[in-house]
Design a protein around this ligand. Sequence first.
Ligand code: GLC
Length: 561
Amino acid sequence: MTSEWWRTAAIYQIYPRSFADANGDGMGDLAGITSRLGDLQELGIDAIWLSPFFTSPQRDAGYDVADYCDVDPRFGTLADFDAMLAEAHARGIRVIIDLVPNHSSDRHEWFQAALAAAPGSAERARYLFRDGLGPDGDVPPNNWESVFGGPAWTRVTEADGTPGQWYLHLFDSSQPDFDWTNEEVREEFRRILRFWLDRGVDGFRVDVAHGLVKAEGLPDWTPPADAGSMGGAGGTGASGVTLEPEISDEPGDHAPYWGQDGVHEIYRDWRAVLDEYPGERILAAEAWVDPLPRVAKWVRPDEMHQAFNFAYLETPWDAAALRTVIDASLEAFGDVGAPSTWVLSNHDVVRHATRLSVTEANPQGHGLGPESKGLPSFEAGLRRARAATALMLALPGSAYVYQGEELGLPEVIHLPDDARQDPTWFRTGGERYGRDGCRVPLPWEADAPNYGFGPAGDPWLPQPDEWRELARDRQRGVPGSTLSMYRLALGLRREHALGAGTLEWLPGFDDAVVAFRNGSVVVVANTGASPVELPAGDVLLASGDLEGRTLPTDTTVWLRA
Ligand code: GLC
């Protein structure tokens, strides 16, 4: 196995609920993943990251874990997991799983024990229980708000039936936050890491890796009005309308629950656990903090290996902004000896085939729906998304691809209200649509029931009729299809070792053009309105049709240098 594979890897995110359904219950499962690994091998990715498949009441689509060391029956069994892992490894695909350490489900046995136990007990000390304020204790302990809307505290009823203490939940009320100052919590997560490392996983994507430690005394705090839902990324968050990315040396967000210094000690401890195992197992941080030099703290040499580059994800399709964020990323991660990562879509954001062309502000997590304004046509959105992907996959470092983007799937706007499941939708009384629109089950075969997602039964979110034409079998082997472009780009990326390359900006282009050389490949992306003359060189890849030697708007080309 190649050394330090994670520095250059193309990692494909599987959202198990929506990938492939083997048993026909309308929800994807591990056996479904196993059956489709050949398609991913053909696509040319190096690793997969699986969103949670652990035992869970699914109040937040599995990010509410009731048992960290077992598989939810909806997704299969531990034996199904082992079979999936073995098949992936046999195909040369590494497997990263999701670890959710900030909070458990309220159905976790520890939280159930905490509810049954008295205030001040050891059971309650694993979570953040506090007395309420005011004479009757009916005012929450502080003013923090849940990322999903509403207060971050819920009051419990004590065993004797009286109104009792409050517990903290930065997300849904079904997701109580652990108290990471408690050694028992720390020891439990070392055990969980070892459980999965022993089974052979190649690493962990660490959920809310900026949230575990809260400032002492849990002081009040009011987020700035323009923060996205994760409250930490700053800016307008994935709006597609900000032309300057939020890159500065000023610390961005000082929320007393995001990015506290104490989190780093936890990751150093975990790194030591991973390093006991052979084969370069990795930690990848979901840390929504800014600016980039602050994110880079998560990937110092004795901490994690990778951190998601949300500054890149949040950058609009604008050449100046892209150059700035690429430079800032390479510099910030380079300063600590880590690779930069790149990502355009995941299960929490509006799919980039829509997002990059939306003209109205749309903070992360708010989602899009029938009442949203400034939505692009399918064709315009896809054209820009393909150009953005072709640019991203040529950058040095590691790139993340979210399931379905290789088919050009747009955000699903017209989901019926009663189909929506994101807690954001419920906690804001429908004011924010939430994230369901990027989570709709994949189309595999145009002419099969559910487009081949599963053998029968309604998928857990309805698939739009227009997706028939986007089904994988309609695109496989078709020159110019989005799937073919991804496959070509991933193949060339590997062949030319672009992940391990060095970026050199090319001068002499219009301001609206991003142009660079990465080793033997020259990349030119036109974000402007007018066509641009191409430099010399054979065309290796084009994200859209070229007009002779000119590069139309919203198109990216790779040339042999
Ligand atoms: C992360 C996950 C998101 C989840 C949240 C709470 O941001 O990516 O899907 O809702 O954490 O666990």
